[in-house]
Design a protein around this ligand. Structure first.
Ligand code: A3P
Length: 300
């Protein structure tokens, strides 16, 4: 295993047909028996949908706009990543999400990329609050492609045309985008889910941050709200070392290949998809999304 982490890229494992990091698969029973607490707030996203962005927004609201407090630690220390398991090597990857969460006093804010069907049941039993951010599939695909180019703990994405097929087939970490968004969209009918869209957040961050505040039962004054909006803009966050993964070692992420804070826009897929790819994608998309009322904006 050590060789795999130091040399080539690790492969993914699989749980119930969903690809996940191997270490997560090995720890699966521990992750499934995770004990949620009723006052947990769980941030849920498909990878690359704007997780980091919503995490910083939530923390800024919780800290009532206190920038120093938000600088207390990198995001992955502030919000344990539930299904993150620690592979044997390298040790820089830190403790597992389960252990980290256990040690955290309540009320906790946690992060997950798990689809509904793989979420530890105790989150449903405890009636936790879920904050889901969804991003349109084309931009997610592009963002994930660049992320896999630079992340050393996920498989090499191959060429763009190869990745295009891989993503559509759902053969990426955390499984198909399609079932992920549809599952969480449905969950909001029976659970406490605030369902946000990346595109809406780009269009009017203040409006969307107000929704988050309301959902969290936190009311900040107008000046503080403006401060949150400013501090969580892409331009500010990309230079913020507590969110831009600056401290992550080169063996895990090589940001010279592609920065973690890459572009932060809606519609970058147009710079990647060929006309032919777009047609293929749209036909396949229509089939996969026929059984949901959920719709996305692919541009602003
Ligand atoms: P791009 O690769 O399109 O730039 P995640 O945090 O879920 O991994 O998502 C990462 C994506 O969100 C990246 O998209 C990143 O640039 C974008 N992002 C991060 N912070 C952002 C912000 N404050 N505003 C807009 N987009 C942001």
């Amino acid at each position: 295993t050590e060789e795999k982490y130091l040399g080539g890229r690790p492969e993914l494992g699989e749980v119930e047909g969903i690809l996940l990091p191997k270490a997560t698969c090995s720890e699966w029973s521990r992750i499934q028996s995770f004990q949620a607490r009723p006052d947990d707030l769980l941030i849920c996203t498909y990878p690359k949908a704007g997780t980091t962005w919503i995490q910083e927004i939530v923390d800024m609201i919780q800290q009532e706009g206190d920038l120093d407090k938000c600088q207390r630690a990198p995001l992955h220390h502030r919000h344990p990543f539930v299904e993150w398991a620690r592979p044997p090597q390298p040790s820089e990857l830190g403790p597992s999400g389960v252990d980290q969460a256990k040690a955290l006093p309540s009320p906790r804010t946690l992060k997950t990329h798990l689809p509904v069907k793989l979420l530890p049941p105790s989150f449903w039993e405890q009636n936790c609050k879920f904050l889901y951010v969804a991003r349109n599939a084309k931009d997610c695909m592009v963002s994930y492609y660049h992320f896999q180019r630079m992340s050393k703990v996920l498989p090499d994405p191959g060429s763009w045309p190869e990745y295009f097929q891989t993503f559509m087939a759902g053969r990426v970490g955390w499984g198909p985008w399609y079932n992920h968004v549809k599952g969480w969209w449905k969950a909001k009918d029976s659970h406490c889910v605030l369902f946000l869209f990346y595109e809406d957040m780009k269009e009017d961050p203040k409006r969307e941050i107000r929704k988050v505040m309301q959902f969290m039962g936190k009311y900040l004054d107008e000046t503080t709200l403006d401060k949150v909006v400013h501090h969580t803009s892409f331009e500010i966050m990309k230079d913020n070392h507590m969110v831009n993964r600056a401290g992550v070692p080169l063996t895990i992420m090589d940001q010279s290949i592609s920065p973690f804070m890459r572009k932060g826009t809606v519609g970058d897929w147009k710079n990647h998809f060929t006309v032919a790819q777009n047609e293929i994608f749209d036909i396949d998309y229509k089939n996969k999304m026929v059984d949901t009322s959920l719709t996305f904006r692919m541009e602003l």
